[in-house]
Ligand binder design. Structure first.
Ligand code: ATP
Length: 222
């Protein structure tokens, strides 16, 4: 997808949702590249309250929000909106899109960024058809899923409408491949390994000071 294609809508919002447990440089690099590629001056970061697709977060919402705010402090590109955390119950993307429209105007074009790893799970999203009608999903490269993107997109045929699959095919944005994950960061902290350069220094400091992710993760049922 190009900036020209993305700029046909009048008011536009680029949104990047995530558990951010913790936020890492993969998130930040990808968000910046997508914004540049599509001509956005701002990226709205939306930390999940209670994520429906994950079986529990490991740091409290309060810490995840604090780390996210610290990570982007002083960077004009980013705006953090904690609307999902302020909402009761599970966080569903459709509800968030509607809430953002209520906030920014009903005619706002919402561009919602996901990593390549999320694409094959899209059909399982609650009200996915309405999500795909209400927002433009933008797919950012993420190793190793990006290598499989044609097969993953082909696999959506029959599970999503042909129009939605065609639109997703046009929504892949070339971003650097950054093989960093929150899972790896949590695991490294648990093992006493360094997480320097995987996430901003400010986030490392919070993790150290609050002793986050030190406990062993309890395997979750999927
Ligand atoms: P975890 O390892 O706990 O599953 P995560 O690293 O995937 O976490 P999330 O906060 O769950 O991070 O991800 C939020 C969004 O960012 C998702 O759409 C995910 O696909 C995307 N994302 C996360 N890390 C990367 C990365 N390194 N490159 C591209 N996209 C990413």
């Amino acid at each position: 997808m190009t900036g020209e294609e993305a700029s046909t809508e009048r008011r536009r919002l680029l949104v990047f949702g995530g558990t951010f447990d913790p936020v890492h440089n993969g998130h930040l690099i990808v968000a910046r590249y997508v914004a540049e590629a599509l001509g956005f001056a701002k990226v709205v970061l939306v930390p999940t309250g209670v994520p429906p697709h994950k079986s529990g977060t490991r740091a409290d919402a309060k810490w995840r929000l604090e780390m996210l705010r610290a990570a982007v402090a002083g960077d004009d590109l980013f705006v953090v909106d904690d609307l999902e955390m302020r909402r009761q119950g599970q966080s569903y993307t459709f509800d968030t899109i509607m809430a953002l429209r209520r906030q920014h105007g009903w005619d706002t074009g919402i561009f919602w960024v996901i990593g390549a790893d999320m694409v094959e799970d899209l059909p399982k999203w609650r009200r996915v058809r309405e999500v795909l009608d209400a927002a433009r999903i933008i797919i950012a490269a993420r190793p190793p899923w990006d290598q499989d993107m044609p097969r993953i997109l082909d696999g959506l045929a029959g599970r999503l409408s042909a129009e939605h699959v065609a639109q997703l095919r046009k929504s892949v944005v070339a971003t650097p491949l950054v093989d960093i994950s929150s899972t790896d960061i949590r695991s490294r902290v648990r093992q006493g390994k360094s997480i320097k350069y995987l996430t901003p220094e400010s986030v490392v400091s919070i993790i150290d000071a609050a002793l986050l992710y030190k406990e062993r993760e309890i395997p979750q049922k999927s």
